[in-house]
Design a protein around this ligand. Structure first.
Ligand code: KIV
Length: 293
């Protein structure tokens, strides 16, 4: 069901704040942040990844946030991890997603190597991403160590979504993509990381791949919304990689629910096309141009 309504008053009225009127007013970062008040989120936040304009068009009306995740490295480019993803890739895909959406907030991932050295490096990369794409905010991975960077960006006008728990850009340190927080020390660190990002001004935090009690503890420990993936239904919102939930891969992590099975659907359609080309039954009468009679 759609979560927004067409506001006739906003149509056709130009202003400096709204130079090109859109049919629907886009959600804002403060509106997302306000979803959680005094620890309660009455309306959970719906977030999915999007990498292309057409995908964004199809997801937009159902989502509060479209995340241009650096998972595009694996999903779109067939890379072995998110580590090789570049700023150029993120810019291009974020711009496509902004063009294909009109309602959801678009958040773009900062790729590995573009923000860790210093707050100044992070600001330059984040500003570049937002200028090139029109996205509203960036997401970066890391907890307490990244808190000064988060504060630096927020104080300079760049909204930041944090990401703690299983942080895929740190796969070489973590040693894999298994669930995090199995020891007391690691559990305490994940909750402490979320708290540090919250205090630094993150407007929301993704908590990925953690044992459920840790996800609940992190959600309760911070004032901003916590968006879970492989976490808990008690988080303030949820995110999945769209291709995972649509069934485009044979294998998905345990935390993914497949809402469709598009892989076999595509394979079947392409198989029928290939057969018709080979037997010369495509194109047929209804799909060819004839000279005028
Ligand atoms: O890159 C990504 O898609 C993400 C989500 C899985 C949260 O970071």
């Amino acid at each position: 069901m759609s979560t927004f309504h067409l506001d006739p008053k906003s149509l056709g009225a130009t202003s400096r704040a709204n130079p090109t009127p859109q049919p629907i007013r886009r959600l804002t970062i403060p509106a997302i942040r306000r979803r959680k008040e005094a620890g309660i989120t009455a309306q959970p936040i719906v977030m999915l990844t999007a990498y292309t304009a057409r995908q964004a068009q199809l997801l937009d009306e159902h989502c509060d946030i479209l995340l241009v995740g650096d998972s595009l490295g694996q999903v779109i480019y067939g890379l072995p991890s998110t580590i090789p993803v570049t700023l150029e890739m993120m810019e291009a895909h974020a711009a496509a997603v902004v063009r294909g959406s009109w309602h959801a907030v678009v958040v773009v991932d900062m790729p590995f190597g573009s923000y860790e050295t210093s707050p100044e490096q992070a600001f330059a990369a984040a500003a570049r991403l937002l200028k090139a794409s029109g996205a509203a905010a960036v997401k970066l991975e890391g907890g307490e160590a990244m808190a000064p960077t988060v504060r630096f960006l927020v104080e300079r006008g760049i909204p930041v979504m944090g990401h703690v728990g299983l942080t895929p850009q740190a796969v070489n340190v973590l040693g894999g993509y298994g669930a995090r927080g199995r020891s007391d020390a690691e559990a305490a660190k994940i909750v402490g990381d979320a708290r540090a990002l919250d205090e630094a001004g993150a407007f929301a935090i993704v908590v990925e791949g953690v044992l459920e009690p840790i996800a609940i503890a992190a959600t309760e420990a911070v004032s901003c919304p916590v968006i879970g993936i492989g976490a808990s239904a008690r988080c303030d919102g949820q995110v999945l990689v769209t291709e995972d939930m649509l069934g485009l891969f044979e294998r998905v992590p345990r935390f993914v629910k497949r809402y469709a099975d598009l892989g076999p659907t595509i394979s079947d359609a392409v198989g029928r096309y290939a057969a018709e080309v080979r037997e010369r039954s495509f194109p047929a009468e209804e799909t060819i141009y004839r000279p005028a009679e």
